[in-house]
Design a protein. Structure first.
Length: 287
């Protein structure tokens, strides 16, 4: 057989197999040829912590709170479809909606659009589905062209608010559109875009720059709680970025410059964690 490898560990295993005596004798006696591919799983962490492309479904799953006792579904705030007036963003009086709508063909098709299309195209699909649903229910909807905004989708949703039959017929679709609206309005949405921009920049520059220079670029962004604004990275955000960075970089050449850069980042991160007034459950576990 022929061995091919992806990653450092894969190369080590492929080399070990190629040099072993049983493998050499097997290759000589084998009547047919085969190829063996070793894939290093080192990039699995990068897949888990990265922000991958312009995908609305991934943003929804990351930004909205998890549905209790579920790992792959989220809570959708349904207060907007009621007459209840409350400042509580996650009102516990009204049962939350969710993403799983297997009995609603329109909702299923829209969720596939959220997963497979770019965000701009996905929100246009959400508007199209809402317009079609409103038209079937004879609701007074006016189709508008141009860029789709969360406010525009919310105004379309309001048309269903006082029509209980329309609500019942299109409840699944409305839950998905509400999930999109709440995600696009969420403060974490802009931070998501910042993450994605940083990761793309890292992938472009890591081949030209050494890890110490990348760490030095990261250093000024580590701020204590009293210095941070809403758009700045939290301690948890930096842990995610560091996991991503070290995962995509892979093998590194050690040396004093790298040790010094890592030490500076460690000190800044430890200071930021110690200054947290209320450490998150994740930080508590780590410390």
């Amino acid at each position: 057989e022929e061995s091919f490898a992806v990653g450092a560990l894969g190369r080590a295993l492929a080399a070990e197999l190629a040099s072993s005596a049983p493998a050499r004798s097997r290759r000589k006696a084998a009547p047919h040829r085969a190829s063996l591919v070793f894939i290093d799983r080192a990039l699995d962490l990068a897949g888990a912590v990265g922000h991958h492309g312009d995908n609305l479904a991934e943003k929804i799953l990351s930004v909205l709170p998890k549905l209790p006792d579920h790992k792959t579904d989220v809570m959708v705030n349904m207060v907007e479809l009621t007459a209840l007036q409350t400042p509580d963003e996650m009102c516990s009086v009204i049962a939350p909606g969710c993403l799983a709508q297997p009995n609603d063909p329109a909702a299923t098709a829209l969720w596939e659009s959220f997963m497979n299309l770019k965000q701009k195209e996905a929100v246009m699909e959400a508007r199209r589905h809402l317009v079609e649903a409103a038209s079937r229910e004879n609701l007074p909807i006016k189709m508008s062209m141009g860029r789709v905004t969360p406010e525009q989708l919310s105004s379309y949703i309001q048309l269903f608010k006082n029509n209980f039959k329309a609500l019942e017929n299109h409840c699944g679709l409305l839950q998905l559109v509400l999930a999109a609206v709440q995600t696009l309005k969420h403060p974490q949405n802009s931070k998501w875009d910042n993450f994605l921009a940083f990761e793309r920049l890292l992938l472009q520059t890591i081949g030209e720059s050494e890890m110490p220079s990348v760490l030095k670029q990261l250093l000024p962004m580590i701020k204590c709680h009293s210095e941070r604004t809403q758009d700045d990275y939290t301690c948890e955000d930096f842990l995610v970025l560091l996991v991503y960075m070290y995962s995509v970089v892979g093998e590194m050449k050690g040396g004093k410059e790298l040790d010094d850069a890592e030490e500076e980042v460690k000190k800044a991160l430890v200071k930021a964690i110690c200054d947290e007034p209320e450490p998150s459950p994740l930080l508590q576990k780590i410390t």
